[in-house]
Design a protein around this ligand. Sequence first.
Ligand code: GAP
Length: 439
Amino acid sequence: MADQDLMEKLVSLTKRRGYVFQSSEIYGGTGSVWDYGPLGVELKRNLKDLWWSAMVHERDDIEGIDAAILMHPRVWEASGHVEGFTDPLVECSNCHRRFRADLPEVADGQCPVCGTRDAFGEPRQFNLMFKTFMGPVEDAAATIYLRPETAQGIYVNFLNVQSTARQKVPFGIAQIGKAFRNEITPGNFIFRTREFEQAEMQYFVKPGTDEEWFGRWKEERMAWLRSLGIRAEKLRFHRHEPEELAHYAKEAYDIEYEFPFGWKEFEGVHNRTDFDLTRHQEHSGKRLEYIDPGTNERFVPYVVETSMGIDRCMLVLLADAYREEQIEGEERVVLGLHPRLAPLKVAVFPLVKKDGLPQVAARLHQELQKAAIPSFYDESGSIGRRYRRQDETGTPWCVTVDGQTDEDGSVTIRDRDSLEQVRVSLDQVRRWVRERLEG
Ligand code: GAP
């Protein structure tokens, strides 16, 4: 399948099945802004819940927070974003479109929209932060920003969390939340948007131990991504060269996925040193030091950050799961999502719409829902069509109630990937599914 085809197919499938819709579609859409539909929101929640479990619930050394999007404007002076969070921008004097000066065709001197050569003016620095006004007075004093990263909400709360949770260095703070960047060239579906979600964790360590922790987090994050079922050969690290490093970083690795449009970053692991905490100390006049209870030593911790884009990771999951197969001469489209990520875990069908089968199937469906196993009931169309709908929805198991159910109380469970069918007793379906989700 050509790569561009895959992107088009993903956009179309995710719309058809209720994963992703264009924002404000009835008004012609908002540029590069997307809404998650009934199945998209479930996939996203599952992804965030798995991240939160791994980062917060399953360990003692990381605490969660949920900081506000709007922060004191001086935060962004301290963090370096007011001064340095910019992209070089050029405007074509023919079509008046604006582009990032470092896009390959633009750097070559040709406008990617109208094709005019050498029509760009001098590049100017464009700050990517969205500005708005706090309160009714639209003057400079009231200007605030929508956060471009969630990390700063963690830094300013470093001592609040450390003291209230009685954590000792090394420890971390994790957060999932929205971030906003006024990207000059958003695109590639949900890959680069102006409103997106990040799952970030800042790990505070003693200076001198930062490189060791950096190595540990790098490996840990890659292992976690693989545990989601993402194909290992599609994942790799990219080490930042000195000229690529962000203003706060001493060392950084991107975790890249081979998207249909090439290898691109969707997560980063950064050694941010004591840059942020030191700058916040300077700008706020408040000490942000840790006092070692054993040695009474005072120091500003170093920070190892892991930062994943939730929406970009969703695109990784969808692109990695999509496949087309020939089964007995017929084509099927499958979204082979890991069962823990799949929005629906089970679909329940009566084989036919008579002989009391719909009633038995509907009861089973309700029982599964009550047991917090997302289930879908479907009695319309041939059984083959119902299977195919669930295959492209990504549902791992289809349960069919048939004539034999009445005789021996068993149903068929069909596996989305292996197509294997097993007979399981009606009262064991819940346990059977649970075991596989937890296994
Ligand atoms: N706190 C560090 C930080 O924000 P980053 O590399 O600028 O680092 C981290 O962003 C992650 O956030 C990226 O790997 C990406 O997944 C996601 N991200 C950044 N900009 C994005 C955008 N415009 N649209 C969607 N995701 C974005």
